[in-house]
Design a protein around this ligand. Structure first.
Ligand SMILES: Cc1cc2nc3c(=O)[nH]c(=O)nc-3n(C[C@H](O)[C@H](O)[C@H](O)COP(=O)(O)O)c2cc1C
Length: 417
């Protein structure tokens, strides 16, 4: 059964305050990081734990921290990506509203590791409840000496600021986020330079996801090996999964990496809603290829198993589609989202996502042809590897995978018309 191992506060939805967090052993790791560890040791334990970024790309966290210049005159910034706009993803929201102190603690520890005096949490604009919970927690942390000047008498200073998101999915892309934070239009920057070298205000910056930073707390407390042992060899630890759609018990679950998908789905989530048959699953947020029910039988919830099944773990957002779903309709819904959210900077993404929407509309309206399916198939080649950021390729994944696996549903729409 799923239980909250590394995010104990998530077991309680009514106790986000400091007292409850302290009862659960909160801020012990911060003391350890401030008094018993050197910054390099913190980075090393995170590296050894094998923690990978939980924002979607799965990049090794400790390794990212080492990309900062060793010597710099400039300030170093830490930015927490709490924009969470990917369809199906709602795990960071629970950390923000139910475990805000764990995020703050993780951020101060990370800040000490990378030598940052100032950090920002860029929170999705629509997240009003999480914003209030974070505001309250920051005030409590300040009052109790966990934030601000000379934290717990250690001599380490750190200030943490909240910033409301710009109301666009693209602002979750880390460099668009930095532009937005600077007051500019949220458009991705070309890389290199990567943020670790030239990020916020041109200064070295580490951008990490909410779940990534919060996971640093138990890793520092229990050690790297403890975390490694929770998961598989290449995907250590646990991961938060948000599951929605046609599922009996939707919600946010913490799952040990490597858990068989069907075991989790049936035992913890109660299986398909109303006992219907499973048709497809999008395992990592809407930006990853979908899987058929048959493929799900051998899927495990870890990075490698997802890749072996031709998909990705992404942000860990599982969207369940039952037998009643018309796949072209569902894919059109996603295509509309990507077309609307493309920032328009790169022609292949701006035009390609719009073409997906237009052609799919035609097919759904009964005016499509078999050539339209070839056109849909070919669009991916015009988008992939030709854009500054991954939004364009994200739009390709549902279309290409559904055409490969559920082509007959598209053909039926054309034939019946
Ligand atoms: C279009 C787009 C939207 C994204 N949205 C988010 C988001 O809401 N939250 C997030 O943490 N990462 C998001 N990412 C990934 C970030 O660019 C970045 O990889 C991540 O914040 C790094 O943190 P991590 O290493 O801890 O995962 C998005 C990427 C793209 C291309």
């Amino acid at each position: 059964m799923a239980e909250f191992i590394t995010f104990p506060s998530l077991a309680y939805t009514d106790r986000a305050g400091l007292d409850a967090y302290l009862e659960l052993g909160g801020y012990r790791s911060l003391r350890k990081a401030l008094f018993d560890m050197q910054p390099e040791q913190i980075t090393q334990v995170v590296k050894d734990s094998g923690l990978r970024g939980r924002g979607g790309a799965g990049f090794p966290t400790g390794l990212k921290w080492t990309f900062l210049p060793k010597q710099t005159e400039k300030p170093v910034y830490l930015v927490c990506n709490a924009d969470e706009g990917e369809p199906g993803t709602f795990k960071d929201r629970d950390i923000l509203r139910y475990a805000p102190h764990q995020l703050i603690e993780g951020m101060v520890i990370a800040a000490r590791a990378i030598g940052s005096k100032v950090s920002y949490v860029y929170i999705r604009g629509e997240f009003t409840e999480p914003w209030r919970a974070m505001e309250k927690a920051i005030a409590e942390a300040h009052e109790s000496g966990f934030l601000g000047k000379n934290i717990l008498g250690s001599g380490f200073d750190h200030e943490l600021y909240l910033h409301p998101g710009g109301g666009a999915y693209i602002c979750g892309e880390e460099t668009a986020l930095l532009n937005s934070l600077e007051g500019r239009r949220g458009e991705p920057r070309t890389k290199p330079p990567f943020p670790a070298v030239e990020g916020l205000y041109g200064c070295p910056t580490i951008v990490n996801n909410v779940e990534t930073l919060a996971a640093v707390v138990p890793i520092v407390e229990h050690g790297a090996q403890w975390y490694v042992d929770l998961g598989t060899e290449k995907s250590p630890g646990t991961k938060l999964f948000s599951i929605c759609g046609h599922v009996q018990k939707p919600g946010v679950y913490e799952v040990k990496m490597g858990t068989p998908f069907m075991e989790f789905f049936e035992q913890d989530c109660g299986g398909v809603l109303n006992g219907k048959a499973l048709k497809a699953v999008i395992p990592g947020g809407s930006s990853v290829p979908m899987l058929t029910a048959e493929e799900c039988k051998t899927l495990c919830l870890d990075y490698e198993s997802c890749v072996e099944h031709g998909t990705m773990l992404g942000s860990g957002a599982i969207i369940v589609l039952d037998e009643t779903v018309n796949i072209p309709h569902a894919v059109h819904n996603l295509s509309k989202f990507y077309s609307h959210e493309s920032c328009g900077q790169c022609t292949p993404c701006r035009e390609g996502t719009r073409w997906y929407e237009v052609v799919l509309e035609r097919v759904l309206a009964g005016q499509g042809s078999m050539e339209d399916l070839d056109l849909l198939q070919s669009l991916g080649n015009q988008i992939n590897f030709r854009t500054i950021c991954a939004l364009g390729p994200a739009a390709v994944a549902p279309v290409e995978s559904s055409l490969a696996k559920f082509r007959s549903e598209y053909e039926a729409l054309i034939r019946e018309a």
